[in-house]
Ligand binder design. Sequence first.
Ligand SMILES: C[S@@+](CC[C@H](N)C(=O)[O-])C[C@H]1O[C@@H](n2cnc3c(N)ncnc32)[C@H](O)[C@@H]1O
Length: 217
Amino acid sequence: MSQEAWNQVDDYIVDTLLTADPVLDAALADSAAAGLPAINVAPNQGKLLMLLAQMAGARRILEIGTLGGYSTIWLARALPAGGRLVTLEYAPNHAEVARRNLARAGFAEQVEVKVGAALDILPGLQGPFDFIFIDADKPNNPNYLSWAMRLSRPGTVIVCDNVIRDGAVVKKNSGDDNVEGARAAFSFIGGEKRLDGTAIQTVGAKGYDGFAIAIVE
Ligand SMILES: C[S@@+](CC[C@H](N)C(=O)[O-])C[C@H]1O[C@@H](n2cnc3c(N)ncnc32)[C@H](O)[C@@H]1O
């Protein structure tokens, strides 16, 4: 199977299961215009995040790695009235674009974009969160998972993105910090008694990668 086939199937999924979404299209267009890299989740993956957060009944969501707020908008759509989302972003220009995109999507009040290194911000957050999405600098995955444990409760769902990395995750001593970060996420989830997790390989418009997903027990 080729990237072209994966793209066609992603298009099919979007055409059949997702509705036209000018707000999300505008978020991507404005992110691109501002020079942000197109490393957001794909639309069908964004919808998956929304559905998972809804299934978890999430009222408080934490996201680590905002970029232009694309996945943030999907996650915020899962919130009930009165629900809150906090998203952490290192780059001030990414955060600025995200705030504009979130405001246009109607989430200026419900979503707080905090700017800085996530490891500096996390100690000041008040848990528990019901759903935590980790999608920032991959070498810090185990640190983020460790904070996710501290900011969670039994039943919290944790999703960690980009843990397959073109299949390179199986390579020991890959020499690639991002691959090591993916492997560290697996080690953390597999070694943490209070977590029950699995991972899903994905192919599509964003290539070959995958999510780890876990629940706090
Ligand atoms: C893959 S992008 C996030 C994509 C976004 N979740 C989406 O799907 O739309 C990763 C983001 O994490 C941010 N980032 C990198 N290192 C960080 C850190 N130490 N703390 C907070 N954010 C960080 C990057 O600036 C980038 O915007």
